[in-house]
Ligand binder design. Structure first.
Ligand SMILES: C[S@@+](CC[C@H](N)C(=O)[O-])C[C@H]1O[C@@H](n2cnc3c(N)ncnc32)[C@H](O)[C@@H]1O
Length: 346
């Protein structure tokens, strides 16, 4: 499958899940053969990860593996394509200035789309902290015949990078489920203010909600049903939204994080929840759910991708009902949620 066919299949809303998987597998093996970085999901081994001040930048093999998170890749690519179309209408007199932060070794969320644009339409900047990823991207651009496009590579930390001009579009997918570990929050806070008025940041919104669900039952059902059917099959009780990350507010939220000397951590978005008294609560897991608005109608809901899988709050289980829990988000070198049990039910 060549890159044109891969792009057409991904953008075709009528493509079957099987065809989409084949297209993305084809893209991964094309990129691995040319770029020299093979997908490897073993990122929890932390080998070659870069431990930055604002989170972990996963190693090039693990970043390559993200392409095989199929629904994620398809939704982002369609969202990015729609956003570029909209921006070209909005800013029709000059090439679009695009920054793709955390491009990884395949620039997955933009490179397949280049077949749809002629040289001169887009001025692209691919940024990653890993030089090996940028070297891979350079080989891909040359071999896939994109050398006449204006594409620049930048080795930098997206959490403090300053672009020399205002941007029309920023794309950043530097996250795991529940915004833990990777620096999506800090990347958004640094780059979103560098957009032109009317520019677009992708993703447009990420919401993390706290709820109760039988995750074991969900896992069992996942083996029988497709992951996409999971939401409807699962018993789930929403309790509260504990964090919303949007380009408009991220920098302000981060500036207003409060320091806790006892734990020597910064905290933001602190929410106090009351766990309801309900039948069968001991069988339910406290968990965080992730919902991503990539661009307008292109969204990822729980179970639709690796980065929107529910995450069990191990520190809180088991619950009996009536507990008061303070939930806060801790940015820093390993972003994560923190839970504090304030009061137990009598
Ligand atoms: C989850 S992978 C995603 C790769 C690719 N964009 C995709 O969507 O398939 C995140 C990528 O962002 C890079 N990254 C994470 N944090 C970064 C930072 N602060 N500055 C630069 N690159 C970063 C990692 O090195 C990795 O290549």
């Amino acid at each position: 499958m060549n890159i044109d066919a891969i792009c057409d299949c991904i953008l075709d809303e009528g493509s079957t899940p099987d065809a989409l998987r084949k297209a993305l597998n084809g893209f991964a093996s094309l990129c691995a053969d040319i770029g020299g970085v093979r997908p490897d999901p073993s990122f929890d081994a932390w080998a070659d990860d870069a431990l930055l001040a604002s989170g972990v930048a996963i190693n090039p093999q693990a970043a390559a593996h993200c392409v095989l998170d199929y629904q994620r890749s398809v939704t982002y690519l369609r969202g990015v394509y729609a956003a570029i179309g909209k921006l070209q209408q909005r800013f029709c007199d000059a090439p679009l200035e695009i920054l793709y932060a955390g491009c990884g070794p395949y620039a997955t969320l933009l490179l397949p789309l280049l077949v749809k644009f002629s040289a001169g339409e887009l001025n692209i900047h691919l940024l990653d902290v890993h030089q090996r990823s940028l070297d891979s991207v350079e080989r891909l651009l040359a071999q896939l015949d994109f050398s006449d496009h204006s594409v620049h590579r930048i080795q930098a930390d997206a959490c403090d990078y300053q672009h020399p001009r205002e941007l029309h579009l920023v794309i950043a997918e530097t996250m795991q489920k529940s915004l833990e570990q990777e620096p999506q929050f800090a990347v958004t806070a640094n780059l979103a203010p560098q957009l032109l008025p009317g520019g677009v940041f992708i993703p447009q919104k990420i919401d993390i909600t706290f709820g109760l669900a039988d995750l074991q039952y969900a896992r069992k059902m996942a083996q029988q049903a497709g992951r996409n059917d999971m939401k409807n099959l699962q018993r789930r009780y929403h309790i509260a939204t504990v964090l919303s990350l949007s380009p408009e507010t991220a920098a302000h939220q981060l500036q207003n994080a409060s320091y806790r000397p006892v734990t020597e951590t910064w905290e933001l978005g602190s929410t106090t929840l009351v766990i309801p008294h309900m039948e069968g609560i001991t069988q339910l897991d406290p968990a965080l759910f992730t919902h991503i608005v990539v661009f307008e109608g292109y969204c990822l809901d729980d179970y639709e991708s690796e980065i929107t899988l529910p995450m069990k709050c191990h520190d809180l289980a088991p619950l009996t009902g009536g507990e008061h829990v303070k939930v806060s988000y801790q940015p820093g070198n390993y972003p994560r949620f923190n839970y504090e049990l304030l009061q137990h039910a009598p």
